[in-house]
Design a protein around this ligand. Structure first.
Ligand code: MG
Length: 339
């Protein structure tokens, strides 16, 4: 039995230009990867490449050509596959995770069970998902907050000189729990200077306040802050976690950073061993990629899986986050189908 790999590049469009501290766009390209076994059973996965981590749809396509010869002879050899794929494309995490997700999808389909069940998880334990509001003028941010009415927790992108005006505008129109994500957009002194405002606005979590390489700075903000600090850009794989312990309160796992579902599980274990809270986030991606990440959520404290909810058109149906509640599919494998 040999697996054959094929893929399509999908153009996605967000409803609003999605702006964070390092840029803005409405057009995203993701890669839908299919692994077909010799008897026709298919596993699917999605690569949601990020330029920030050195990937684009084109680098994913090139990486998939290097990864295809590294596919396991036995599709159920998930551990062996992980090691071989990492060797074949060490810097192409989103390309690798698409294959990892497809192998897990295939394994679940063979066994007739959803991935959460193979992992022994209770889907009712998933935390609520937040919904993200990108950077914008205070007026437009208020309009987006109103549009996000069904979602019980909001994540507000910050990291500009307008942070105070934006957060005050948000608080004028909602009492919901607020989290902020600076995407490394503050200096340490800017982060420290904003803490009183963030407390006044009853922000419950601060994501990646300062540059990912600045562990000292992250630790300084953590020491000064009564609000928990979560590392996102500073935490790509489990190997990053020991040095973050003591410098943050939690980590944000993203499949496009960590490169495999098994690595994501290792990150959960490593974070727990270091008494860190664990969040799962996403890129702008379809419900295929979101669903792969959503299967982890019963293990986690926090979730931000709104990537597909921000799209004009989502080509897949899988896990949903309606009203913030993460509902995992009951179908085998990832449980994703085409819309
Ligand atoms: Mg983030």
């Amino acid at each position: 039995m040999a697996l054959s790999l094929s893929f399509d590049i999908l153009d996605l469009q967000t409803r609003h230009p999605f702006t964070i501290a390092r840029g803005s766009t409405t057009a995203y390209r993701v890669v839908h990867v299919r692994l077909r076994d010799s008897d026709g059973v298919e596993g699917w996965g999605e690569a949601a490449p990020s330029r920030y981590y050195g990937e684009t749809a084109d680098t994913v396509a090139a990486a998939l050509a290097r990864l295809a010869p590294a596919l396991p002879a036995d599709p159920s050899d998930l551990e062996g596959a992980d090691a071989a794929l990492l060797r074949a494309a060490p810097r192409d995490a989103s390309a690798r995770v698409a294959i990892s997700a497809a192998l897990h999808d295939l394994a679940g389909k063979r066994l007739g069970a959803p991935l959460w069940r193979l992992w022994g998880l209770d889907p009712a334990r998933a935390p609520l998902s937040s919904f993200t509001i990108g950077l914008d003028t205070p007026e437009r941010v208020q309009a987006k907050v109103r549009e996000a009415a069904p979602y019980p927790i909001l994540k507000i992108k910050v990291g500009t000189p307008d942070d105070a005006a934006v957060l005050r505008a948000v608080r004028e129109v909602t009492d919901k729990p607020l989290r902020v994500d600076a995407n490394a957009g503050w200096t340490v002194s800017e982060a420290l200077a904003r803490l009183p405002l963030l407390e006044e606005m009853r922000v419950e979590l601060i994501e990646q306040p300062v540059a990912p390489g600045d562990l000292e700075g992250l630790a300084a903000v953590h020491r000064a802050s009564r609000i928990p600090i979560v590392a996102d850009e500073a935490c790509r794989t489990a190997a990053d976690i020991p040095r973050l312990a003591g410098a943050v309160d939690g980590i944000n796992i993203k499949l496009a950073k960590c490169g495999s579902l098994r690595e994501a599980l290792r990150m959960v274990e490593a974070a727990r061993a270091h008494r860190l809270s664990v969040m799962v986030g996403c890129m702008i991606e379809t419900s295929l990629g979101i669903t792969a990440a959503a299967h982890l959520t019963p293990l986690l404290d926090l979730a931000d899986l709104d990537g597909a909810a921000l799209l004009v058109r989502d080509p897949f149906v899988g896990a949903t986050i309606d009203g913030g509640r993460i509902v995992l599919p009951a179908g085998p494998g990832l449980g994703v189908r085409e819309r």
